[in-house]
Ligand binder design. Structure first.
Ligand SMILES: Cc1cc2nc3c(=O)[nH]c(=O)nc-3n(C[C@H](O)[C@H](O)[C@H](O)COP(=O)(O)OP(=O)(O)OC[C@H]3O[C@@H](n4cnc5c(N)ncnc54)[C@H](O)[C@@H]3O)c2cc1C
Ligand code: FES
Ligand code: FES
Length: 483
């Protein structure tokens, strides 16, 4: 098999025999013997495996990711920095020194992950007040420490983040060779990186037409698309899912763009949650509801890698973007090599983790009309932890009132049925009415008649039902008071 070429801690490496489902963590620990990066949960939850990744040309900033749920193939021609790479010879990085000075490590298992999150934070050029406590806490919100306590870790961050310098000793940009690999060479390791939509369409067409893809030694099954892999790789790790034919779509530039035409936003499927957070916290598209969704979405590591398209295409009933986009009446565009079709998002979800994507199709973009006022939209999430947790229930509600009458009502929930749902029966009870004329009891009864929550590890069916009713009432009562 052909190898995987990447740069690790400033050194260009070429590795042979990389299986398509090898994780970056295994590549680092087992193949490159870089054992500083730790394995804890294996599912993106603890941050022990945090590393930094940047484009190989050194143009883009380093971003943290969880190596346990990053495919090894995804770092082809990138630069990965691990905890072994941040010290300059015998000189510890200021973040490392501060962690020692503040006694911020006991068993030390979590420490490499904290080092990486803090170093990445200290390198950010868009964070003038890196030392501000709130920003710092956000930067380490994807890292768990079970024995030291966060006080000393935050103190170390505060002491070092503004002072920390660049990683100048890693002269990776000069060393990085230019990739000369052709797509067919890439295919040898069962992990292909599509560079354009045309290429992606063509590969999907070939795969679905053939049913299987012949390879040198074994047949390959239909292609598995990967964007940020934050969903797909949890299944690889926890359910031992195997994929011999992966297509990575995260580097297709046309899928990574947000564009605006008049009052319509077009969001490419591979736009990351991090990029969306920046977009929706910057005027004129500042939205408190979207900001609430994104600030509580996973952790920085998850937001750097995860995409809006992956969130929708996973088809999960507890994906946060789905109800919010349903409340905005969004549309999705699905493409194949030969055709494109646009459908309302409400028609995209067919059943539990089932979508209307055909075998040769991919999600290209999401479209939505920019509301006349973003303040009409609200988003509330109920989860066990405030940060880095998936919703038990979430509600997105768009209410537009004119002259005390409800002109528009779009109400959507996650976590209360097999798919994300829009509750049109409840919307109909509000439309054209003054909120003072709406009976709260009848409203929540109506909601109860159209949702079917289940019990699972996150919450019981009864709890979910109560929370859904509470979120609806809170919003209606809030709007009534403001009116
Ligand atoms: C620790 C942790 C915390 C998380 N927190 C949250 C949270 O707070 N809220 C939340 O909603 N989710 C959360 N998630 C779930 C996940 O991160 C998100 O759903 C994320 O948006 C998935 O995007 P991705 O690009 O990583 O998808 P991937 O894992 O790459 O793909 C997911 C699925 O979609 C398919 N797919 C991806 N892109 C396309 C496309 N363009 N066309 C067709 N198919 C495609 C893939 O084949 C795969 O089946 C969390 C996950 C973890 C591990
Ligand atoms: S090992 Fe826990 S996030 Fe990777
Ligand atoms: S020092 Fe032990 S888990 Fe953090």
């Amino acid at each position: 098999m052909t190898g995987l070429r990447t740069t690790v801690n400033g050194l260009s490496v070429e590795i042979g025999n990389v299986d398509a489902t090898t994780s970056l963590l295994d590549l680092l620990r087992e193949t490159l013997n870089l054992k500083g990066t730790k394995q804890g949960c294996g599912s993106g939850d603890c941050g022990a495996c945090t590393v930094m990744i940047a484009a190989a040309d050194g143009q883009a900033e380093f971003r943290t990711v969880n190596a346990c749920i990053t495919p090894a193939g995804a770092v082809r021609d990138k630069h990965v920095v691990t905890v072994e790479g941040v010290a300059d010879g015998d000189d510890l990085h200021p973040v490392q020194q501060a962690l020692i000075d503040q006694h911020a490590s006991q068993c030390g298992f979590c420490t490499p992950g904290f080092v990486m999150s803090l170093v990445a934070h200290s390198l950010r050029t868009d964070a003038p007040k890196r030392g501000a406590r709130e920003k710092l806490v956000t930067a380490i919100s994807g890292n768990l420490c079970r024995c030291t306590g966060y006080g000393p870790i935050i103190a170390a961050g505060l002491a070092s983040c503004d002072a920390a310098g660049q990683l100048d000793h890693l002269t990776y940009a000069a060393q990085q060779p230019t990739s000369t690999e052709t797509p067919s060479q890439q295919a040898d390791i069962g992990y292909r990186i599509a560079r354009s939509e045309a290429e992606l369409g063509q590969w999907l067409q070939q795969d679905s037409a053939a049913g299987i893809i012949p390879s040198q030694s074994e047949p390959r099954t239909a292609a598995k698309l990967i964007a940020g892999a934050t969903d797909a790789w949890v299944a690889v790790n926890q359910e031992a899912q195997e994929h011999a034919n992966i297509i990575d779509i995260s580097r297709i530039e046309s899928l990574r763009v947000i564009s605006q035409e008049q009052q319509m936003l077009n969001i490419g499927a591979c736009v990351s949650h991090e990029a969306l957070l920046e977009f929706f916290t910057t005027p004129p598209n500042r939205s408190a509801a979207v900001e609430e969704l994104l600030r509580r979405f996973g952790s920085p590591q998850i937001r750097h890698a995860g995409t809006i398209g992956g969130n929708l295409c996973g088809g999960s009933p507890i994906a946060d973007w789905s109800p919010l986009l349903l409340a905005l009446d969004a549309w999705v565009t699905l493409k194949s090599a030969t055709a494109a079709r646009t459908l309302p998002l409400s028609e995209f979800f067919l059943g539990y983790r089932q979508t209307s994507l055909a075998g040769d199709e991919y999600l290209a973009s999401v479209q939505l009309d920019i509301p006349s006022s973003w303040s009409n939209l609200s988003f509330e999430k109920i989860s066990k932890r405030y940060e880095d947790d998936i919703s038990s229930v979430c509600a997105a509600i768009f209410l537009d009132l004119a002259e005390r009458t409800v002109r528009q009502a779009r109400i959507a929930f996650g976590g209360v049925a097999a798919t994300p749902v829009r509750v049109r029966k409840v919307e109909d009870m509000l439309l054209g009415k003054s909120l003072t004329d709406v009976d709260d009891g009848l409203l929540t009864n109506s909601l109860a008649s159209v949702i079917t929550p289940i019990s699972d590890v996150r919450a019981s069916a009864d709890y979910r039902m109560q929370m859904a009713k509470t979120l609806l009432l809170q919003r209606v009562q809030g709007a009534r008071k403001a009116d």
